[in-house]
Design a protein around this ligand. Structure first.
Ligand SMILES: C[S@@+](CC[C@H](N)C(=O)[O-])C[C@H]1O[C@@H](n2cnc3c(N)ncnc32)[C@H](O)[C@@H]1O
Length: 202
C-alpha cells in the first residue's frame, strides 16, 4: 500500500520536514553514547522523505543512511539540500529497499531509527523478520529506537488497510525472540492514537 506517489505525497503533507519530537529527545539522551567513539552510523529505516534523517544529518556528527520501500518518498528527500551538501558530514546516503531484507552487510550500524514503520508491515511474522534483520545489521551493543502503534481510538478511513496493533506482551516477545535486550518500552498517547516506543539493544 505504501509504494505510490499518492501515499508519499500524503505523508509529506502530513509531516513535512519537521523531525519527530520523540526522535529529537532520544538523540539528545543518547548522543554521548553514540558519538563517544567518533562518528556513529545511523539508519533512518522506512524514513520516507527523510524528515528525521535530515535532522540527524544536520547535526554533523552522524553518518546517516535513509531507506524506504517507496521510491517517491525518497525522491523528495533527494531533492532536499542536505543530500547534495558539499559538507560530507551532512550528507545522507539514500537507498530504496524493503526493510525486512536490508541491503547492508552484517554489523555495520550503531543505531537504527524505526519510527512508525513496523505497524505497516503485513503481519507479525514480517515484524519478526524485520527485527531479525535489524539485529543482523547492528553492531554489537548497537541500539534501535522504535515506535509502533498500540491502538487508535478512531481508525482513519483514509487507509485501505488497518495498521497492525500490538500489545506489550507480544511486542516484548518479538523483540526478545529476535535476540535484542529491552532497554525500555513506554506508552505515549498522541491525539487519538496510542503508541509504543521501544528502545532495544543488541
Ligand atoms: C508512517 S510512514 C513513517 C515515515 C518516517 N519514518 C517518519 O516518521 O516520517 C511509514 C513508512 O514506512 C515505509 N515502509 C512500509 N513498509 C516498508 C518496508 N517493508 N520496507 C521499507 N519501508 C517501508 C513506507 O513507505 C512509509 O514511508
Amino acid at each position: 500500500m505504501w509504494i505510490s506517489r499518492e501515499t508519499a505525497e500524503d505523508w509529506f503533507r502530513y509531516k513535512g520536514w519537521k523531525p519527530s519530537t520523540s526522535l529529537i529527545g532520544w538523540e539528545k539522551r543518547n548522543r554521548y553514547l553514540l558519538v563517544k567513539n567518533g562518528m556513529a552510523k545511523i539508519l533512518d529505516d522506512g524514513g520516507a522523505h527523510g524528515r528525521n534523517a535530515i535532522y540527524l544529518a544536520s547535526l554533523g556528527i552522524y553518518d546517516v543512511y535513509l531507506t524506504d520501500v517507496n521510491v517517491y518518498s525518497l525522491k523528495m528527500g533527494k531533492e532536499k539540500v542536505l543530500d547534495k551538501s558539499k559538507d560530507k558530514k551532512k550528507r545522507i546516503e539514500i537507498i530504496q529497499s524493503d526493510s525486512k531484507y536490508h541491503p547492508f552487510q552484517n554489523e555495520v550500524f550503531d543505531a537504527i531509527i524505526s519510527h512508525s514503520l513496523t505497524h505497516w508491515l503485513n503481519n507479525l511474522e514480517e515484524v519478526y523478520q524485520y527485527l531479525l534483520d535489524c539485529y543482523r545489521i547492528l553492531r554489537p551493543q548497537g541500539i534501535l529506537f522504535g515506535m509502533t502503534f498500540k491502538e487508535w481510538r478512531k481508525v482513519s478511513e483514509k487507509f485501505s488497510r488497518y495498521p497492525i496493533f500490538v500489545n506489550k506482551e507480544t511486542l516484548k516477545e518479538l523483540i526478545e525472540k529476535s535476540g535484542f535486550d529491552i532497554v525500555k518500552i513506554y506508552e505515549e498517547v498522541k491525539g487519538n492514537k496510542i503508541a509504543w516506543f521501544f528502545e532495544i539493544k543488541k
